[in-house]
Design a protein around this ligand. Sequence first.
Ligand code: PLP
Length: 411
Amino acid sequence: MKTVPFSKAHVEALAKRYPTPFYIYDETAIRATARKLIDAFSWNPGFKEYFAVKATPNPAILSLLKEVGCGTDCSALMELVLSENVGIVGENIMFTSNDTAAEEFVKAKELGAIINLDDIRHIEYLEKHAGLPKLLSFRYNPGEGREGNAIIGKPTEAKYGLTKKQIIEAYKIAKQKGVERFGLHTMVISNELESEYFIETAQMIFELAHEIREKAGVELEFINLGGGLGIPYRLEQEAVDLKKISDGVRDLYEKAVSGGTMPPLKLMMECGRYITGPHGYLVSTVRHIKETYKKYVGLDACMANLMRPAMYGAYHHITVLGKEDAPNNHVYDVVGSLCENNDKFAIDRELPEMEPDDIVVFHDAGAHGHAMGFNYNGKLRSAEFLMSPNGEFKMIRRAETSDDYFATLKF
Ligand SMILES: *Cc1c(COP(=O)(O)O)cnc(C)c1O
C-alpha cells in the first residue's frame, strides 16, 4: 500500500491560494533516503553520493541534499550553474556528460568539478577548450563484456562511454599529458530493483580497475558506480535491498584491494531516482468525467506535467484523496487535456467511482517528473512545494504565467 504524507485538508487549503496541478516533495523523507544510501556504504571511507540533478533540478532540493552530504552529478551547463548557486562546487560536482559542448567543459573546469569523459576524443577536445585538469575520470561501456541482463539493454547499442581498448589507451594518454589523479565510472543499469545487477557491475568494474592499473600504469583514486537504483513504482514491487548491494559490493571491494594489490579506492554513486522519486507527488484535480466507448477521468494536469506514462508506459500509482478506503470498482483511463491521444496517465486503471473536483495524487513523481515538463499545447509548468518537517508547505518554484510563456517570443 502506498500512502500520502499530507491530507486532503492540506491540499485543499494550498489549492485555494495556488491552483492545482502542483508538485509536493517530502523533505523529511528525502533526507532520510539520502542518509540511508550514504550510511549503507559508510564502510568505504570517502564514499560519496552525487545526486543526479536531472532528476529534480530544484535548488531547494539540492540544498537539503547538500546538508546531508551529497554532491551533484551534472551533465549540462545549467545543471552546473544550479549546483554553483547552492554552493556545491569543486570535487563535490561530478560532471558526467556526453556529446559535451566546449562551454560546458569550460564551466566544469572553472568550478573544479570532477570531469568524467564520455569519449577518448574528448581528451583532446577538453585540453583544447579548457585545459586538462589534474583529476580525470572516464566512463566505461562494457559492450559485449556485459552479459545476461535483459533490463540494462545492450551496452553495444548505448551511446555512452569508452570501449575497453579505448579506456586503457585513454588513461595512458591522459597520464602522458600530465593528468595526475584518476577515476573510473560506469553506468549500465537504470531503474533496476535487483541487487545482483549492481553487484555484477561492481565485479566487472573492479576487474577493469586491475586491468587499467596493469596496462596503463595508473593508480585509480575512485570508482563511480553510477546511478540506476530503482524504486518500486508498482504495489507488487519490492524496494531494492540496499544492505544486500552494499554487502555484495563490499565483499568484491575487499577482494579487489586485498593484500595491498590495489590501494584503497573511494566509491561513488550518482543516484537520482532513488533519492527523490518516491518522495515527490503530483497533485491534480478532476475536471470532467467522460463516458464514450471507455470511461475517462479528465484532469487539470497533463503529460506536460508528468510525461513518464506517455513516454515509457510507466506506471504511477494513484491515490484519490478522501477515497482511500473506497472500493476500486470502476475502470478508467486517466487523461490530460493535450491534443495527443497518448496524453494518458493511466489506462484501464481500477479506481473508486470518480467525480469532478476529486483530488488525485500521483505517487513516485519526485524524479524525472516536473523535470521533464514542457510547454506543448501552450501548457505552463506547475509550481513545486516542499513539505517541511514541521508540516509547512514552502513554495520552491512558482507556476509559470503567460508572461513567462511570452518572455522568449519576439513579434
Ligand atoms: C540519469 C543519470 C543518473 C541517475 O540515474 P537514476 O536512474 O536517476 O539513478 C546518473 N548518472 C548519469 C550519468 C545519468 O545519466
